[in-house]
Design a protein around this ligand. Sequence first.
Ligand code: 6PG
Length: 506
Amino acid sequence: ANIEIGIIGSGSMGSGMTLLFAEHGSTIGCFDTDQKAVQAILDQAKKTETGDDSRVHGFNSLKDLVNAFIKDPNGGHERRIIVLSLPHGKVVDGVCEELLPILDKGDVVVDGGNEWWESTERRQAKAKERGIEWIGMGVSGGYQAARHGPSMSPGGTKEAYDFVEPYLKKWAVKTPEGEPCVCYVGPGGSGHYVKMIHNGIEHAHLSILCEIRAVMAYQFGLSNDEISNYFEKWYRSGPLRGNYLIGIGYKGLRFKKGGGIEDKRGIVEDVEDKVTQDVDLSEGTGTWSTMEIATRHVAAPAIAASHQLRIISSDKSERLEVVKNMSLPQPREDKLGKGVKEDVMKSVEKAVYGCILGGFVQGLAIIAKASQEQKWDISLAETMKIWRAGCIIQSDGICDLLLPHLTKFPPSEPHNLLQSIPEVAKELASTYAAVKEVYMLAVAADAVAPAVGATLEWMKSVSGKNLPTDFEEMELDYFGHHNYDIKGHPEPGHSKGKYHTVFAPA
Ligand code: 6PG
């Protein structure tokens, strides 16, 4: 068949990428243990606008796929590119075991699924033993982007990246200026790392929006269509312009159950309030991001809080038992007068902006820290450029704010945007009153708003001249000989204090 690119995994992402890559002129071979999924791609390829299905070929074994690559003049094969679109962990390990022995030196495997960065580095080391390149690449934007152009974050050796770059640039989504949303992130597992944190930010943003939407629906008594109209307004202009999740939010809220006038209930009314993890409860990008926050010692409370809410939400039957046992007040409906509503809605927009911006600031801080520690040299500006279009956290207004500043910094910097970029700190500070106002409304109505609350507390504490932790430090020194610094003379960095008081004789 003379294929140029192989794709292993024919699920929603893999099938989208197969058709996308073929559309861009490459001859593609696809393989999946589920042969029905392969057949479905072949059927879809036949239906493409051009009707030209000759560029997509299905295979029923990895070996056949590998042998179908274009031959070189010496009877070998041209350097292969094989893209994986598989669930992370064991499935990729299995394919790695089977694939590496049948590939040739120089071939490039691009793992386009979500993956824990250390697993990627483990496979990179294995592949290297055979002279094979392994790129760990984040692919964002969901199955529709996979079909029409995703945002991609590849990491691995620069040589392997340079080899695949012409393809990636063709496949990637383009900004309105025509820039492809892909670039070399860095070595090792850095590409998957950036995607993992993208998802951590995504979780924070999803949580912030669902918390705010609930306040609008249940406390302000707004209908789905009214909320949708606000979301659309925010999406079209202002600091939240071009925010992808707000964009799909306004469209989703307009979806009616019956699809027509007979049933005006929104689809959202039928969706259970539980968010589970797909693959394994103990794994996934949200869990990994939260682990990184803890082990890298970076403050990203909105990301952590959103993950916690997701965990709490996921077992509804258990929750309903607790509801009976605790009998706490449930969120109340506090309908506000029209005039007040418009006023409050201005604060709501500003609060959402502050929280969404906060998610970016927190996520970028994790990437900067990891980049320093792993010596990945990740550029935050290039990262932001990858996220300009096609990905789930796309937010044009925020990108326009951050990019001009981030481009002034060398790789792995700045580790704290609020310290290094006063303009960003001022912008975030300008939303403080609104975040507080909206959170106080939520608290007063017993609404659930952990990511909004975490953002507020984060804003206060990262900029807090005096934190309540003096008393904590004293108690720690009392019972644990923790040592403390003397007020007004803090040691720089995270260094431990030098002073100790014997509060109680031994
Ligand atoms: C993306 C998404 C995607 C993500 C799932 C969410 O960027 O396209 O982040 O990769 O993993 O759509 O699923 P979970 O949050 O359950 O992993």
